[in-house]
Design a protein around this ligand. Sequence first.
Ligand code: AMP
Length: 279
Amino acid sequence: MTDILRTTAEVRARVAELKRQGKTLALVPTMGYLHEGHLSLMREGLRRADVCAASIFVNPAQFGPNEDLARYPRDEKGDVAKCEAVGVSFVFAPTPEELYPPGFQTWVEVEKLQLGLCGGARPGHFRGVATVVTKLLALFRPEVALFGEKDYQQLRVIQQLNRDLELGAEIVGMPTVREPDGLAMSSRNAYLAPEERQRALALSRALKAASHLRQNGEHQSSKLKLAAHAELANAEIREDYVEIVDAETLEPLEVIDRPARMLIAGFLGKTRLIDNGPL
Ligand code: AMP
């Protein structure tokens, strides 16, 4: 049975009990509407710790005023059934008031990593992410917390805050789980009309085209970006950004002379999708 906990007090008690039993804990924070990408993190959590917990919280603090907070897809019952099937012991699904009670005023910002890319396009987004993840890591005190490379800038932000604030978890980044045709799994794929779903393949195609050029010895970022732009333009995806960055610092690279990643964000109608891959 997967238990649903609603309050931080319940989580604190549950975690204390686990510690008394000498059990290690893995945490997988999510916004719900779970898919195989999320479940892959939970399965890995169970390989690395005795007990795996998940959180399901559509965090208002990481949405801008004109973003999709109100229509973000939700299916708590289905999510809990999936967690149960994977072997997750408990799910923390709080209300926004539980995590942001009246008078809340402490925010976490990761100064440099939050700039640019999705941070540039979505002001305040990473402040919201960093704050909620800090709260979850402080509350659960997990040995391991698992996050997807699908949200690469987010992963780097979380690794940094975990280190800077001595939160003591091992932060594990897991590879992006894709549909058979290459589309990165995302709860937001549910927004796509069938015709948009088809065009969305251009994101993963753009990454492939760039990686192909890289493998053939091209190290000028501009050349790789041109290939990516062409794929996106062909599918009439409105680009938000196409960047090639240092895989650790996320600083833009003109010449690829170290571990690097291409990160892409684009709009299909109102739906904003992101994807990224190593170069
Ligand atoms: P979300 O519910 O979208 O906030 O995602 C919760 C966690 O699942 C984050 O660490 C994401 O990076 C991760 N995640 C989302 N989609 C995927 C995917 N396709 N493959 C692997 N991890 C993912």
